[in-house]
Design a protein around this ligand. Sequence first.
Ligand code: NAD
Ligand code: TYD
Length: 377
Amino acid sequence: MKRNIIITGGAGFIGSHVVRLFVNKYPEYNIINLDKLTYAGNLANLKDIEDKPNYKFVKMDICDFEGVLKLMQDNHVDGIIHLAAESHVDRSIKDPFTFAQTNVMGTLSMLQAAKLYWESLPEKWEGKRFYHISTDEVYGALELTHPEGVKPPFSTKASSDQHLAYGEKFFTEDLKYQPHSPYSAAKASSDHFVRAFHDTYGMPTIVTNCSNNYGPYQFPEKLIPLFINNIRHRKPLPVYGKGENVRDWLYVVDHARAIDTIFHQGKVAETYNIGGFNEWKNIDIIHVLINTVDRLLGRKEGEDMDLITYVTDRAGHDMRYAIDSTKLQRELGWEPSLQFEEGIELTVKWYLDNQEWMDNVTSGDYMKYYEDMYANR
Ligand code: NAD
Ligand code: TYD
């Protein structure tokens, strides 16, 4: 079946993996990548598919309601996969307005344009889908009730048999939203708008909430690429607080695979949590990164441990995220393809092999932001 799909934020980290997967897997679809190209958007992420006949890039702000509406009309768009957002918690603490503008007003602009266009068609909502990509951070923070770790109640391919959970509770789809950061508050608000468009107008919507992603093409303000690059260049590794906070990590390609499954098979108006039961304390992951970078660069494993530098904690730093993705695994049969050890090896190799990509994204404005941020800590 032919489809015309807008993927917003397709030049960003996760979006570029989703665009690549859809363009390669569905040659019969037209894929339109709508992206404003903020500091986080980079067309170099899509070099390998930019000449494919079923792919088109459009530089546009999701807040440009008229532009978005015309793009939908001109291309007979019947599917939207909405990833465009401001995505970094530390930036949201400094500049919450931009987060409300892009994440809330931008999502509303996408929803309203889709509503006007789809309602104007004879078949209306039939065959249409508005799929909103959100985060587990909207659920707030879980407690670290088992700091030494316990055997988790679930197991999947993403985590090895010995892998531990750091509490009894997990984020499930029915939990109340309790966002703490301006980033997660703005994402939570956008999720509410998406559900409101289903409940009020009948728009066929789906929302998914995924755990932390890692992998190639992630902007190096986030923990994993930032630290890989700093270890390589023997720069300090700024660990917030005691490094005890726990995140649940999923390889980005597995998130893209889940998005593909849910876009095609997910039930309208449902929410699905996406994750691989793969919790890590920050400090443990940092040890893995140091050992892996050292080994791959031919250094003595662990010789860069002294780069670890404890700095002032992030304001309102959420203690633990842990996703329960049982619903997605049971109802739609998705499961991660990689264990964390495999994924992190691929990821470190990718960043070490792609120093030019790293140099390009860390030049200019980025360096100023980074230096200002750490000057204030
Ligand atoms: P990213 O910051 O790497 O990319 C965001 C993309 O959106 C960029 O290409 C940027 O240019 C574009 N964009 C920003 N503002 C825009 C605007 N006003 N108009 C058009 N395009 C705009 O983000 P990411 O990490 O790839 O995250 C993508 C989505 O997935 C976000 O909605 C985020 O909340 C969600 N998410 C991310 C993670 C994660 O670990 N990174 C986890 C769960 C959910
Ligand atoms: P990050 O990659 O920013 O993702 P998120 O805040 O969305 O979870 O951070 C992951 C974890 O790493 C989080 O607990 C904050 C911590 N962190 C540091 O300790 N130092 C850093 O320089 C960064 C960027 C993050």
